[in-house]
Every structure is written in C-alpha cells, then in structure tokens.
Design a protein around this ligand. Structure first.
Ligand code: PEP
Ligand code: MN
Length: 277
C-alpha cells in the first residue's frame, strides 16, 4: 500500500513551499546562484565571488568534491575547498552551495555551507538522499540525466520523508540523441514540477547546454517559463578553468545577464499587474 507523496501539491503544502536561506526566501525571491564549477584556489574563488555578488547574485556556488567522468581528472580540493568557500562567504555575505558526493561526508560538509547539492549522477543515491534528509539543511536536488519527472520527484520524497522540507529541484538537462549541446535542457520541467509539486524549481543552463553562448537565451527563457531561480557557472578566467571552462561565463557577461534577468522580471510583473486591471 503506497502512501501519498509529501512532494505533491495535495499532500505536502497547500501553498508553494518557501525556503529561507540567509536573507533570501526561495520560492518568493528569485534565486540567482553563480560561481565557478570547481573551487580551484583562494584567488579564483574570491575574485569570482566578488564579481557575482556585485552583479546581483544572491548565492555562491563552487564544487569542492567533483564527480568527474575520469578518475584522473581534477577531483576537487575537498576540505580546503570548503574553507575557501567559507572565507568567500564571509567576505561577500553570499550564502554558499556545494555538492556532496558521499553520505559519509554529508554531516561535516554541511557545517561549512548553507545548502547541499546532490548532483545529477547521485540523484538516485538513496543513502545520500536519506543522509541529507536527516541533516535538515536546504538541499538542491539535480535531475538525473536519465531520469523522468516521476523518478526525480520520488528522490525528493526520500529527503522529505526524513523530515527535511527544504528541497529545491534543479533541472540541468537530460541525455538525448542531440550532440550539439552537452545535454538537452528541458525547460518544460518548470511548469511540470509546478503542476505536480509545491517545491521550488530552478534551472541550470550551464550544464544544460555546455556552451557559453547559450547561457543567456536559455536563462531568459527559464525566467519567462516561471523558474524560481538559476544556477550559472562563472569564472574569472574561463580559459584556465580546471572544469567546465567552455560553459563558464566571464564576469562581465554574467553582470549583463543579471541585469537582463531583472528587466525581464520587472516586465513580467508589470504585465501581470496590467492583467489584473
Ligand atoms: C555541477 O553543478 O558542478 C555539476 C557537477 O552538475 P551536474 O551534477 O548537474 O552534472
Ligand atoms: Mn560544472
């Protein structure tokens, strides 16, 4: 006999869930996460953090544990990376999100950051999901690259069932036959998640496309579709990045994009107000 799902609109919450992280209320305020794919060193992370904060990001991203395709690629700085993120947070005031890849690390890693990210490759790592459910800190749950909406929402359920209501879903593209883009960014998941669930949903156009030139159009499309936020990779020197340089924006590109996002949101608000009259 299956129980009704906590993620569902009927059971979980009559209104949409709002999740407080620092001064941001996700679900009400637009969540703009930016930062490098990987924490590489203190200078790169701090400089990028300063740039994205000045441009209007309200959360910093940076991987200290990287799930790489090859075991010989850069795996992240581990605890040193977390310490660098904590200092960047102190300096800029931006709350921080980082990926955790091992259930044994979730507890101590959570002490350094404001939100734990579950990566696409770990979406169905049930012991990791249970662990971050127990910890209670906000969780950013990425969609697995081979996963259906139903499978994704059921993974959110693992976290919710442990008593942690603070789950944000993140669409990051799925595997299709298309090779031009790194993944196929499924923007239809924004209205789809909202139809089935009360949880906030954001878009990651960086992993979703793999191409710097496509981040701006897909970000604006995500906003227009009603996304609760965006997660965008930014690097002070993308050409020297140890991971995902091709999809990382230069700081000035991010600043321009952030301004355009604000304009679009204002336009949408005005259109909504006009509708009410
Ligand atoms: C990331 O955000 O750096 C990342 C590894 O993303 P994904 O899990 O979506 O591939
Ligand atoms: Mn990346």
């Amino acid at each position: 006999m299956s129980r009704a799902s906590l993620f569902s609109r009927e059971v979980g919450a009559p209104q949409r869930t709002e999740i407080t992280i620092g001064s941001v209320s996700v679900g009400r305020d637009f969540l703009l996460i930016a930062g490098p794919c990987s924490v590489e060193n203190e200078k790169q992370t701090t400089e990028t953090a300063r740039e994205v904060a000045a441009a209007g990001a309200n959360m910093l991203r940076g991987g200290a544990f990287k799930p790489r395709t090859s075991p010989y690629s850069f795996q992240g700085l581990g605890i040193k990376g977390l310490q660098i993120l904590a200092r960047a947070r102190e300096e800029t005031g931006l709350p921080v999100v980082t990926e955790v890849i091992d259930p044994r690390d979730a507890g101590w890693v959570s002490e350094y950051v404001d939100m734990l990210q579950i990566g696409a490759r770990n979406m169905q790592n049930y012991s990791l999901l249970r662990e971050v459910g127990k910890i209670g800190k906000p969780v950013l749950l990425k969609r697995g690259m081979q996963s259906t909406l139903e499978e994704w929402l059921n993974c959110a359920e693992y976290i919710l069932a442990e008593g942690n209501p603070n789950v944000i879903l993140c669409e990051r593209g799925i595997r299709t036959f298309e090779k031009f883009t790194r993944n196929t960014l499924d923007l239809s998941m924004v209205p789809a998640v909202k139809e089935l669930s009360h949880l906030p949903v954001i878009i990651d156009p960086s992993h979703g496309t793999g191409k710097r030139s496509m981040i701006e159009p897909m970000s604006l499309a995500a906003v227009a579709a009603g996304s609760d936020g965006l997660m965008i990779e930014v690097h002070v020197h993308p050409g020297e990045a140890l991971s995902d340089g091709d999809q990382s924006l230069y700081p000035e590109q991010f600043a321009r994009l952030a301004a355009r996002i604000r304009s679009l949101m204002q336009f949408m608000k005005k259109a909504e107000l006009a509708d009410e009259h």
